[in-house]
Ligand binder design. Structure first.
Ligand code: MG
Ligand code: MG
Length: 249
């Protein structure tokens, strides 16, 4: 069931999104060769606590950290560890915040030092596809309008689109209906209405579409071990159009 949010609830999600945006901005600035993802996780807990929020992923389905950190071929749900990042790596930082009962979810892929041109282009195209999806998050459109905009952008460059994981409703919980796939499938295709709040999150591989779950039962990697990028915003669908609630840029 899709829960429409009233103005007061959207204000609450916006406040949560501001905490998340500040957290992701600070984390991005901290990324450099030599830092580990467990260092980033510790810093995220400090930042979230300072703003009075709660890390929504910590303990969610048993997840052991405050942020997901997915390096290189890892697509999503990577667990922070002590390996030091090296120049040429990329790291996706995915974070969920709960503030006074309201939830926001966002992710950014950050290059470490200098990355090869093909990886830089993967990041640029994935980021572009997120914005093309957000542009379609308008009352009167349908979920597939978002999905199609993302898919076309990504496939026009020949990249792989991750299918088993997708965007979702968010706001009163970290995951709500509807699902927002990054491809046009045959599933439910609800019409978008004012008051819907959705997390839009293209996950894009430099190689093929397929992904596989590692033995830690969390980390999802591309099956061909190609580099993978992921950007996400929480977006409110308003009468005036889409509003990004997690402005981490
Ligand atoms: Mg999400
Ligand atoms: Mg996320």
């Amino acid at each position: 069931m899709i829960k429409l949010k009233n103005d007061k609830q959207i204000d609450g999600i916006r406040a949560s999104g501001q905490v998340l945006a500040k957290t992701l901005k600070a984390l991005q600035e901290r990324v450099e060769p030599g830092i580990s993802t467990v260092d980033l996780d510790a810093y995220s807990r400090e930042l979230i606590g300072k703003h009075g929020g709660r890390a929504a992923f910590l303990g969610y389905m048993g997840f052991p950290a405050a942020i997901c950190t997915s390096v290189n071929e890892a697509v999503i749900h990577g667990i922070p560890n002590g390996r030091k990042l090296r120049s040429g790596d990329i790291v996706t930082i995915d974070c969920g915040i709960e503030l006074e009962g309201y939830y926001a979810d966002a992710a950014v892929t950050v290059p470490v030092g200098s990355v090869p041109p093909d990886v830089r282009q993967l990041l640029d195209v994935t980021h572009e596809s997120l914005y093309l999806g957000i542009e379609q998050a308008r009352a009167g459109n349908r979920v597939n309008d978002i999905s199609r905009a993302i898919y076309r952008c990504v496939k026009s460059r020949g990249y792989g689109v991750v299918r088993p994981y997708c965007g979702h409703g968010v706001g009163l919980a970290i995951h709500e209906d509807p699902q927002i796939p990054n491809y046009v499938g045959s599933g439910k295709n609800p019409r978008l209405k004012p008051g819907m709040v959705v997390a839009i999150e293209p996950m894009v591989n430099l190689g093929g579409d397929d992904v596989v779950l590692l033995d830690d039962d969390w980390t999802v990697v591309s099956s061909d071990r190609s580099i993978s990028a992921h950007y996400e915003h929480t977006v409110a669908i308003l009468d005036s159009g889409p509003e990004i609630l997690t402005p981490w840029e």
